[in-house]
Design a protein around this ligand. Structure first.
Ligand code: PEP
Length: 252
């Protein structure tokens, strides 16, 4: 059985107090309202992680939004996977389109980060997705295949079994333009087929693939009802406790 996951990505929002207070609200609401075994994750800025993990009480898991590709050393301003693990972090978003676009993160760099994240017993939430141009000019299957092959398919089957994938069409992130359930399902099925071709049907069947891109409490039920969609990576709507918890409750 694939895990159902709803992960919030706070991006560079919320000061320390705001983050602690929003997280406390989310934990209380999830504790009271979650009925199923879906997993709730909040990926916060680094400064919140230690405090959030002490407030989480096992109800909500903690994730980071990035980490460095080296174990340690002279990399001023960076954070290592081991440091994340030491504050109770369990997930790390790798290859978000904003990292790819604004920080020039290549598939090869993301492959290194993924390896190190796994080595430190954290779960990568590895993002793939095409731009609007790539969608419009029809190259999107090729783009996604390349991101998978260069970023992930160097992993052993044992390691691949530990990752979570997120399909996030860049044109849908923060734009209010959601992929239709049919568009999203089509790509999720395509990704699963690529995993099957590389690692076999069993692993493909058991890989959790999240959808991300202007997902909210209103469109989540139809998106999450699709056969190959196992939950969401949520940006804007994770900054409001009611909206985020309503998305989680899609799986109740
Ligand atoms: C994201 O940042 O991963 C995201 C999906 O953002 P939004 O939900 O705001 O589109």
């Amino acid at each position: 059985m694939r895990k159902k996951i709803v992960a919030g990505n706070w991006k560079m929002n919320l000061d320390y107090q705001e983050g602690v207070s929003l997280f406390s609200e989310i934990v209380n609401m999830v504790r009271d309202e979650r009925k199923g075994n879906q997993i709730a994750v909040i990926c916060s800025p680094f400064i919140h992680l230690n405090s959030l993990s002490q407030l989480a009480g096992g109800v909500v898991k903690i994730g980071a939004q990035n980490c460095h590709q080296n174990e340690s050393g002279a990399f001023t301003g960076e954070i290592s996977a081991k440091m994340l693990s030491s504050v109770g972090c369990e997930y790390v978003i790798i290859g978000h389109s904003e990292r790819r676009q604004y920080f020039a993160e290549s598939d090869e760099l993301l492959a290194q980060k993924t390896e190190l994240v796994l080595k430190n017993n954290l779960t990568p939430i590895f993002c793939v997705g095409e731009t609007l141009d790539e969608r419009n000019n029809g190259s999107y299957y090729h783009v996604l295949k390349t991101q998978l092959e260069n970023g992930l398919f160097n992993l052993s089957a044992d390691d691949f079994a530990k990752i979570v994938l997120a399909y996030e069409p860049v044109w849908a992130i923060g734009t209010g333009l959601t992929a239709t359930p049919e568009q999203a399902q089509d790509i999720h099925a395509f990704i699963r087929a690529e995993i099957e071709a590389k690692y076999g049907a069993n692993l493909a069947d058991n890989t959790t693939i999240l959808y991300g891109g202007s997902c909210n409490a209103k469109n989540a039920p139809e998106l999450f009802a699709q056969h190959d969609i196992d939950g969401g990576l949520i940006g804007g709507a994770s900054l409001k406790s009611r909206d985020f918890v309503d998305i989680i409750k899609t799986f109740n």
